[in-house]
Write a protein that binds this ligand. Structure first.
Ligand SMILES: *Cc1c(COP(=O)(O)O)cnc(C)c1O
Length: 424
């Protein structure tokens, strides 16, 4: 049955049998019992599916991952301990020492560090391209050893909108998958797989949980990328894994299952960045209302962006839902119902003006967080980016007076009144 997205938020992933718990049970157990070693051996050989140790798989996590796969329209998914782990695993599952990545330069700072510093130390090199680059500039970034293309649907914090079709076409022309971090719009507002993305990642810490309660991540495979057709590029998927009984993932699990099976049985086994079943349960409570909440976050974001744009104290406002925004057209295409509740704006008067303005806010708390039910704000120049000079900030596109506001689920009239009294 082809259900609509709200129904999937509420019901997908878990269907209880007769007399079983209506809510997803929290299977708070590290291990699982078997009658014979032979039974358990089949699981180790991936001959049978089942559970033996929560670092590899846990039923609670699998129910929630299945819901996220259904929401994104993917073939398989897995949870990770954080969004950072999700992006690392998604890339490292197909890249190793000596390989190369093409990435949008407009991405989350944590992901930028991950690939430009930590993965570089592992021998994986990245070429960054502007999300606004021409097709020719994009094609020129590829090398013989390129294994993946990476971008964010709506970048945190720059709020640039990725032209997913452009990036997917370039990736596929070079025989590699496009990985899209879809944290900000969530599958409610954009499903990158429908536009050609092959792998989708999430920091579920943000809107999916939505209550600032649990750090987590997820990886979804579209099941569309043909690894075997590009076998020479992806030996990890297309040749026997000696660390896993000589299994060739792409042969045994096909396009639909190879990526997530390898990522679980190899990377999760070895790195252990597992989400606790308790956090998966909390995440699912968030997912049950995601479709209701996202509409409200967008409504508040749009109202706050329009209000800010009307103020003389404000230099500019970034919000893809504003017709004046550079990404308005792209957003109309990929995010017809709106993007998210995050708005950024520059106050005239720089760092000092931003600092004193934020101090006066009463509803909007100063936090290193976004995408929460409670509104929050941050001035990168005095917090996350405080080691940078005003010159460096300008170069990075983060002027000293920039404030990022994450509009929560409060009534928009109250959010605007809070901003208004701070201006006065
Ligand atoms: C927060 C965030 C991450 C990192 O996620 P954590 O759950 O904090 O590890 C990755 N990508 C984007 C777009 C984010 O906003």
């Amino acid at each position: 049955m082809n259900q609509k997205i709200g129904t999937k938020c509420v019901q997908a992933g878990y269907t209880p049998g007769n007399g079983e718990p209506r809510q997803i049970p929290v299977i708070q157990s590290t291990t699982f019992k078997y009658n014979t070693s032979e039974d358990m051996g089949k699981l180790f050989d991936l001959e049978a599916s089942g559970y033996f140790y929560t670092r590899l798989q846990n039923p609670t996590n699998d129910y929630v991952a299945a819901k996220i796969a259904a929401l994104e329209g993917g073939s398989a998914a897995m949870l990770t301990s954080s969004g950072q782990a999700a992006n690392f695993f998604a890339l490292f599952n197909i890249c190793s020492c000596g390989d190369h990545i093409v990435a949008s330069s407009s991405i989350y700072g944590g992901t930028f560090n991950l690939i430009s510093v930590t993965m570089a130390k592992m021998g994986i090199e990245t070429t960054f391209v502007s999300p606004d680059c021409s097709i020719d500039e994009l094609n020129a970034a590829f090398k013989d050893n390129t294994k993946a293309v990476f971008g964010e649907t709506i970048a945190n914090p720059a709020l640039t909108v990725l032209d997913i079709e452009k990036f997917a076409a370039a990736a596929h022309a070079h025989g590699v998958p496009l990985i899209v971090d879809n944290t900000f719009p969530t599958p409610i507002n954009c499903r990158p797989i429908e536009w050609g993305a092959d792998i989708v990642t999430h920091s579920t810490t943000k809107y999916m949980d939505g209550h600032g309660a649990a750090v987590g991540g997820a990886i979804v495979d579209s099941g569309n990328f043909d690894w075997m057709a590009n076998a020479e590029k992806f030996p990890g998927l297309c040749t026997p894994d000696e660390s896993y009984h000589g299994i060739t993932y792409a042969e045994k699990f096909g396009k639909e299952g190879a990526f997530i099976t390898k990522c679980t049985s190899q990377l999760m086994r070895d790195f252990g960045a597992v989400q606790s079943p308790q956090n998966a349960f909390i995440l699912n409570l968030g997912l049950e209302s995601l479709h209701v909440r996202m509409a409200k976050h967008v409504e508040n974001g749009q109202a706050v962006a329009e209000f800010l744009q009307s103020r003389s104290e404000v230099q500019f406002v970034n919000y893809p839902g504003l017709p004046s925004d550079k990404y308005y057209e792209t957003a109309q295409k990929y995010l017809p119902n709106g993007g998210c509740g995050v708005v950024s704006f520059e106050l005239k008067g720089g760092r000092a003006a931003a600092e004193s303005f934020m101090k006066k806010l009463k509803l909007c708390a100063i936090e290193t967080h976004v995408a929460d039910a409670r509104s929050c704000c941050l001035n990168p120049a005095t917090t996350t980016h405080r080691q940078m000079t005003d010159e460096q900030l300008k170069e990075a596109g983060i002027p000293a007076g920039l404030i990022r506001i994450s509009c929560g689920l409060e009534d928009k009239e109250d959010l605007i009144a809070d901003l208004e009294q701070a201006f006065e």
